[in-house]
Design a protein around this ligand. Structure first.
Ligand code: UDP
Length: 235
């Protein structure tokens, strides 16, 4: 295996599948199956999942709600997704733990770095819920932060597109996909990988990122085995 410990970031929206809102159970189970394959192969798996399929703080603000209130609601949305994914994984026999950045002791452990690492070493998939626990951040930033804290080898950002392009492929037919791109070039060309806070954290801590299509079966496994899938951002 090329990677021993990974941090998988899934967006909330990816969980919607073809639905307009909420969670598509088939999609959820499909993701759980993909995760199970790499878990069975002995890869240590940490996961951060977004909440955009349920609630986003910025949109709430546009509707007149105070931003911080909206952001906390967004963080709770990530907990709903995290619990759903935890259930899906447990249903198919994967051992998991859920840690929350906001204390919710009846449903999740509090985030404790040392404990998270211990779970990973014992072969439990660890899901980090409630983002960073702070408003004005994103779950991409939570993913970067947790990946650095637990010393993951790489962040795997599972999306609906298969990598990073020179331009938006839906708008520009001449856009081409990068197989590999440096942090430097992403900054220079203002390419869209993650928000700047998340991206800067990875850059400063020398953490590579791979953006790939999580909806294509087998991709996750191919990645951890070292195959070139999606776009690798490194140094
Ligand atoms: N959020 C936050 N702090 C965090 C992580 C998330 O305030 O550390 C809130 C924010 O309002 C965000 C929402 O939770 O809009 C859902 O997360 P995100 O938009 O990152 O989810 P994704 O786009 O990955 O589905």
């Amino acid at each position: 295996m090329k990677y021993k410990r990974i941090l998988l970031k899934l967006s909330g929206e990816a969980l919607m599948g073809d639905k307009q809102f909420g969670i598509d159970n088939n999609r959820l189970l499909a993701y759980a199956e993909e995760i199970k394959k790499v878990w069975e192969a002995g890869v240590q798996v940490a996961i951060v999942i977004g909440g955009g399929n349920i609630f986003r703080g910025v949109q709430a603000e546009q509707g007149g709600m105070e931003r911080t209130q909206g952001d906390y609601m967004g963080m709770l949305a990530t907990m709903i997704n995290s619990m759903a994914l935890q259930s899906a994984l447990e249903t198919i026999g994967v051992h998991t733990r859920l840690q929350s950045a906001i204390e919710m002791k009846t449903i999740a452990e509090p985030f404790i770095k040392r404990r998270a690492v211990r779970h990973l070493e014992k072969g439990r998939v660890v899901i980090f819920g409630a983002g960073t626990g702070n408003p004005f951040f994103t779950t991409d930033t939570a993913a970067s932060l947790r990946a650095i804290e637990v010393e993951a080898d790489v962040i795997l950002k599972g999306t609906r597109v298969d990598g990073i392009y020179t331009a938006d492929p839906e708008k520009d037919p001449t856009a081409t996909k990068y197989e590999r791109v440096s942090f430097e070039e992403v900054f220079q060309k203002n390419l869209n990988v993650m928000d700047m806070t998340a991206f800067t954290l990875c850059n400063e801590n020398k953490l590579p990122i791979i953006v790939f299509d999580m909806n294509k079966g087998g991709n996750l496994m191919r990645l951890v085995e070292g195959e070139k899938v999606g776009t690798l951002v490194d140094f």
